[in-house]
Design a protein around this ligand. Structure first.
Ligand code: AMP
Length: 428
């Protein structure tokens, strides 16, 4: 079988790498891919952008692709699955209607409230009905969110009423384009975040390994929000009782609610959760795809064939599936361009990849490009170095050994990925 992976980041490198290990998979195409996917055995890049749905469908038909897996949210929200289905092509992910769970935060909040799934209290505003007085009487901090997709930048946590009102006004005035035509003003939730990712098909569900990521740029979870500076799996915070609560209070009611609303959801479903002191799993957001960088450590642990799980979901056989996992922990450290998440340089030559390839663990590429025989930086998040170990601490050591072997001008990365989990481990 030939597989097409749509996207070109670290998540897509990990998905492609995983699929390429399967004996029945003859070839994996990645559109557009990166320098990492260009150099993997059995994997080939295709020069089509992830949002060029027509060209992707044409390629899938002409190349005889048996299964397409979509990495990023953009094409899903734009309806890639509907388009592929119209041509009889198997494409794993939610339809356009189902992807609204990620594509519109206002829709997702209304959905959560209507189906009594725990989430922060909120109100939705447009330019026409914006009411600064409502914001002025809310408890601080306040969370302001652009309704639509804003490349992970559309959430602002405000410490004062004035800054919350200013952030709302600038979103409504078009700071994030039409993504800010509506905004969600939301109560701030304290706690610890976890990423809970499942494969879903209607009411059938298979929970994947748990994970946690670090969204802030700097050590100690300080500095600006980013797409993610590192992640690890499993998340020790999600003990069996917490896992059971997440399934019963979030995942199952979500799938019931979607079915009740007449929406068939097939694909990865990612619930970003804030676990409070009482262990209530509050939903911060839904994503309609796998997380980045969570995919990288999770794929390192998945022993079952990923394409078989995707196909079982597409065929409605997910309820008869289990997934096998490496019992070891996996931890990924994102190596980013200096200046990320603000402005950064591209085109810096990366050294040490060959030395890193001789070490245990795996370096997944994200924003990289092949220039002749050189690999150069081509994005904010450039690489994700993943280590495995008997526990998070030893996985962390292996990951930082990889990081230590690699260098480019102005590289930046956090030195403490996994620190909360390691603290938990040392407390026994
Ligand atoms: P989202 O895209 O909605 O997940 O928001 C991005 C990040 O903002 C989350 O990963 C959290 O770190 C933070 N965040 C979002 N909503 C809240 C909230 N209600 N309370 C606290 N932090 C939040």
């Amino acid at each position: 079988m030939k597989v097409l992976i749509v996207g070109g980041g670290g998540r897509e490198h990990a998905l492609a790498w995983k699929c390429a290990q399967e004996a029945r998979v003859t070839r994996v195409y990645v559109a557009p891919g990166n320098a990492g996917t260009a150099r993997e055995p059995k994997i080939e890049n295709v020069d089509i952008a992830a949002d060029n749905i027509e060209a992707l469908a044409e390629f899938a038909r002409d190349a005889g692709i048996g299964l397409t897996i979509v990495g990023p949210e953009g094409p899903l929200v734009a309806g890639i699955v509907d388009r592929f289905a119209a041509s009889g092509l198997r494409c794993f992910g939610p339809t356009r209607a189902a992807a609204r769970l990620e594509g519109s935060k206002a829709y997702a909040k209304d959905f959560l409230q209507r189906h009594r799934i725990p989430t922060a209290s909120y109100r939705t505003f447009t330019q026409a009905n914006f009411d600064p007085e409502y914001l002025r009487v809310q408890r601080l901090p306040l969370v302001i969110k652009a309704d639509g997709l804003a490349a992970g930048k559309g959430v602002i946590i405000c410490e004062t009423h004035e800054s919350a009102i200013a952030a709302s006004r600038s979103m409504l005035a078009g700071e994030f384009g039409s993504a800010g035509d509506s905004i969600v003003v939301e109560e701030f939730l304290a706690g610890e975040e976890v990423s809970f990712i499942v494969i879903a098909h209607d009411r059938q569900v298979l929970a994947l390994a748990t994970s946690q990521d670090h969204k802030r740029r700097d050590d100690g979870d300080h500095g600006p929000n980013t797409g993610g500076m590192g992640a690890y799996s499993p998340a020790p915070l999600v003990a069996p009782d917490v896992h059971a609560r997440i399934m019963a209070e979030v995942i199952e009611p979500t799938l019931r609610g979607l079915a009740a609303d007449g929406i068939a959801y097939t694909g990865f479903l990612y619930a970003g959760l804030m676990i409070g002191a009482d262990c209530t799993p509050n939903v911060l957001e839904f994503n309609c795809r796998f997380g980045d960088p969570e995919t990288q450590p999770i794929m390192m642990r998945l022993q079952s064939d990923l394409t078989a799980l995707c196909e079982a979901a597409l065929d409605g056989r997910l309820d008869r599936c289990t997934a096998a996992w490496d019992s070891r922990a996996a931890l990924g450290v994102v190596m980013a361009a200096g200046g990320y998440p603000e402005s950064y340089r591209k085109g810096e030559r990366i050294s040490g990849l060959e030395a890193a390839a001789r070490l245990p663990g795996k370096v997944f590429h994200a924003g990289t490009l092949l220039e002749g025989s050189d690999v150069v930086t081509n994005g904010g998040r450039v690489l994700c170095a993943v280590g495995l170990g008997v526990d998070v601490r030893s996985a962390q050591r292996q990951a930082y050994d990889l990081v230590g072997a690699i260098h480019w001008n102005l590289v930046q990365y956090r030195r403490d990925i996994g620190y909360r989990a390691i603290e938990r481990e040392s407390q026994g």
